[in-house]
Design a protein around this ligand. Structure first.
Ligand code: FAD
Length: 404
């Protein structure tokens, strides 16, 4: 019988599989699609998460596949004012003071290459999870492999099958919270923003707010704006053209490579564990991506979960540690991930109150002259981390030990 069956071969499922594999756990991963899915979603990972990727041995390959971004800019659409931050305030506490940029599909492919070195992991592509039944000592999982029903036995199941998680539904959980009245319209475009002094960051405006981010060094950028969900999706192409026309800083020659739209949510399951089934990543909690905290939250889940679950599997730790996983990850979602992401969305896309916007901008401006406040601000994503549930160590402490 497999020790752990993971449903979902997205970045969180694959990262969890790698973490478990490295600790000798037998893993089976089911993925509905026939390979890693391309999805124009996550591209940016804060410097605070890089120690977790180093511990798993994937960081060098991820850095080689992506590129670092030092600057983040808030550009005020109405006035043209720009406030640009860099990572100077954390240069003395990390040797990697930058955000790593790479598409989440590229990240997933790098992790997959590492997984393939471990004979204790089996990946079933084109295999869709359908349902499960739990008993006291195992879980029976029903799936469909290329249309044919199949069944697997496992000691434990990790649901990493994304926001519409069938695993979460199978264990009777709903996603509690709310859906924003705005959707994100995501475009990938070739345009020379840098020629006009733009760097990755935000365009702040209640109408023309956007997340603007350089995806690749050959000049592909992510230009994401928000619109009311009451607008018909069929005509989004026209609105993209007018939005780009109104916001591009210089000449109007751009190449639109793709576009898609996402509804945005602040939602979480009420628990991330039911018996022998645990949830991670978007299957457990989902946030609007203005701060780039969605996948980062999921990766932090996977770091702490793979260590705890491996310890349960080999009998070193009682399974109560999985309740602590659930409690602590829930607390972080509600106290850090969701409030910070919601505040970012409000500032970038919903700053209708001029006086409040001016106060927000004063804080952004003042921080540039206050290294301690800047260090705190740049370190906010570290608040997404749960230290090891086995040793109590943080990722930074574990990396230091590993490097000795
Ligand atoms: C526009 C946008 C921008 C974003 N930018 C960022 C960012 O910069 N930084 C960041 O940290 N986050 C960002 N996010 C969030 C990030 O994309 C998600 O948090 C991330 O994809 C979650 O990963 P996951 O592995 O949990 O789920 P997914 O990536 O959704 O993967 C789930 C996998 O499960 C598979 N699956 C689903 N159902 C089944 C089934 N029944 N059986 C088998 N397999 C199944 C799917 O095919 C998929 O491969 C962004 C999101 C959006 C929408």
């Amino acid at each position: 019988m497999t020790d752990v069956l993971i449903v979902g071969g997205g970045p969180v499922g694959l990262m969890t599989a790698l973490g478990l594999a490295q600790q000798g756990v037998s893993v089976r991963l089911l993925e509905a699609e026939d390979g890693v899915v391309y999805s124009p979603r996550a591209i940016s990972y804060a410097w605070t998460i890089l120690p977790g990727l180093e511990l798993l041995g994937v960081l060098d390959d991820l850095i080689a596949a992506g590129h670092p971004i030092d600057d983040r800019c808030w550009r005020i659409f109405k006035t043209g004012e720009t406030i640009v931050y860099n990572h100077d305030a954390v240069r003395n506490i990390t040797d990697r003071p930058y955000n790593l940029t790479l598409g989440q599909d590229v990240l997933a492919k790098v992790v997959l290459q590492h997984i393939q070195r471990y004979p204790n992991v089996t990946i079933d592509w084109s295999t869709k999870f359908i349902g499960l039944t739990q008993t006291t000592d195992k879980v029976v999982i029903r799936a469909e492999k290329a249309g044919t029903p199949v069944e697997y036995d496992a000691r434990w199941v990790v649901g990493a099958d994304g926001g519409r998680s069938a695993v979460r539904k199978a264990i009777g959980l709903t996603m509690d919270g709310f859906t924003w009245p705005q959707r994100f319209v995501v475009t990938n475009i070739y345009y020379d923003f840098e020629k006009y002094g733009w760097s990755s960051g935000y365009l702040v405006d209640p109408v023309y707010g956007a997340v603007v981010y350089k995806i690749t060094l050959d000049g592909l950028w992510r230009f994401t704006f928000a619109e009311q969900t009451t607008q018909p999706l069929e005509t989004v192409g026209n609105r993209i053209r007018s939005f780009i026309k109104a916001t591009l800083p210089g000449d109007q020659h751009y190449e639109l490579v793709l576009h898609t739209a996402y509804n945005m949510h602040q939602r979480s399951a009420a628990t991330y564990r039911v018996g022998r089934v645990v949830l991670a990543g978007d299957a457990a909690h989902i946030t609007n991506p203005t701060s780039g905290f969605g996948l980062m939250g999921g990766l932090y889940d996977s770091f702490v979960l793979s260590e705890a679950l491996a310890s349960v599997v080999d009998g070193r730790t009682g399974d109560q540690v999985l309740d602590r996983y659930s409690e602590q990850r829930l607390k972080i979602y509600h106290e850090v991930t969701s409030p910070i992401s919601s505040e970012s969305l409000r500032l970038v896309f919903n700053s209708t109150d001029e006086a409040r916007l001016e106060r927000d901008l004063s804080v952004l401006r003042a921080r540039k002259h206050d290294p301690e406040a800047m260090r705190k601000f740049l370190s906010a994503p570290a608040g997404l981390e749960t230290p090891s549930l086995i040793s109590g160590q943080t990722l930074v402490q574990r990396v230091k030990e590993k490097r000795l």
